[in-house]
Design a protein around this ligand. Sequence first.
Ligand code: GLU
Length: 507
Amino acid sequence: MTDKQIRVRFAPSPTGPLHIGGVRTALYNYLFAKHHGGTFILRIEDTDQTRYVEGAEEYIMDALDWAGIKVDEGIREGGPFSPYRQSDRKEIYHEYANELISKGDAYYAFDTPGELEKLRQEHEARGETFNYGCLTRSGMCNSLTLPADEVKRRLSSGEGYVIRYRMPADEEISFSDLIRGDIVVNTSTLDDKVLYKSDGMPTYHLANIVDDHLMEISHVIRGEEWLPSLPLHVMLYRSLGWEAPLFAHLPLLLKPTGKGKLSKRDGDKMGFPVFPLYWPYGETATGYREEGYFPDAFVNMLALLGWNPGTDQEIFSMEELVAAFTIERVGKSGSRFDPEKAKWFNNRYFQMKSDEELATLFMPLVVEKGFHPGEETLRRIVSLVKERASFVKDLWHEADFFFVAPESYDRDVIKKRWNDDSPMLMRELRDVIAGEQQFTSEALEKRVKEWIAAGSYNTGMILNLFRLLMVGASRGPHLFDIVELTGREETLRRLDDGIRRLSSVAS
Ligand code: GLU
C-alpha cells in the first residue's frame, strides 16, 4: 500500500457530547493520516435514531475544529464519497443486506421484542445468557425455520422483521490487530447480530463496514470497546467478498485512580473536564475550552495518553506530533488520565506564549472588570506575574492589585510588622515617593533605599509595610515594579488610606 492511499475515518455516533477519549481517537486517526500524507474523514454514524441527541453532531465538529484536528472529508467539508452522515446514506445499505441473504449468510427473523425478552429472562432465571445464534436459531421464528411462502407472506404483509447475520458454527477465524497482534476466535462464541431493521435502517455493524468499504478506508483506528465487534466485521467482509481494512484498537483511557474506564460522569464528580467544549444541553458539563485550556496544550496532553514517542520529549506541536506518530508506539494497556498533568501541559504552553499574546488574551477579562489599561501597561503587568499562572484566568488573581486598591490588610502581616512607629515611617515614605520626579521602578527603589539607609531603618520592615499598603498582603512581584505601574497618584492614595485605616486599627 502506498502512502497516498491511506484513508482513515473517525466515526462517532451523535449520542451526546464527545468525551476526551473520543477526541483522542480522532487525534490518533488524524496524526496517522497526516504522518502518511493520507486523508482524514469524519463520518457521522447516526443509524440508531433512538440514541440520537440534538446538538451532538455540531458539537463533534466544533470540538475537532477547536482542537485543530482538520477534517479532509466530512459533512461540512464535502468530499468524493458524500454524504458523510449515515442517515443520509440509508438507501445504500439495503442492497448489501439482501446480498448477504441471497448468499445464505444472513436471514430474516420475525421474533418479537416481547418474545426475545421473555427468553432472556427465562435464561437469566437459570443463571444463563440467551444468545441468538447457531445453537438456538433453529428454535426461533425466522426464515430458516418457517416455510418459504410463510416468510414471503410475512415480509409482504409489512410485519416487523430484522435481518440477522448467520454466524457459522465452530469455525476458527483469525485476524490481526496492529496494536493487539494476532487474535483467534471460535465463531460458536459469537451470536447472530442484527444487521438491518424493517424500519429501513441498518445497524451499526452493517453500516460501518459498508461505509468503510465504499469510502475506501485503509485503516480502522478506534477504541478498544469495539474489539468484540471485530470478529463479526471480519466475517462480514469475508461474506461480501471485500478486502478488510487493517485494524488498530486503542487502549482505554482510565480514571485518575487507575481503576476503570474514564466515564462521562467522572469529570463533574472529580472536578475536571472530560469534554473538550462546554455541553449546554440537558446535563450541562464544562469543557477544556471554557476552563481556559489552550487547544495545543490539550492536544499535546491527549497525544501522550496512550502513545509514547520513545524519548523524553513531552512538548510537541501538532506538526511534531504528525512527524513522530506511529501506531507501533501506541501501548496495549490503558492510560491513566491525570488532571494535574493536564494543568501542567497548559502551564508549559502558557509560559511559552509571549507577553504580548497573553496580554491580548487577558485584556477582555480586565475590561470586563471595568478597567482599561493601555496595551503596553498590560503587557508589562503580564510579564511581571505570568510565571505564577497557568491559565489566562489566573492572571487576574495574580494582578488584581495593579487595578484595585486593597480592601483589607493581611492580619498576620499587621501583627508582625505594624507598630507604633509605623504611621510615622509610612508618612515619611509617602513624602519620599511624592518627591521622586522620575517615577520608575529603579529610581524609586534607589531613592527609598537611600532614605532607609540614611535613617538606619530596617529594610525588611519598611518594604513589607509598603507592600502591605500597596497590595494588602505579602504577595506579588517586585514591589517597585508594582509602584511604578500603579502610578504616582494611586500609590500616594494607597499610602494615605493605609496609614489612616491601620492607625485606627492599631490604636
Ligand atoms: N459509531 C461508532 C462509535 O460511536 C464507531 C466505531 C468505529 O469506529 O467503528 O464509536
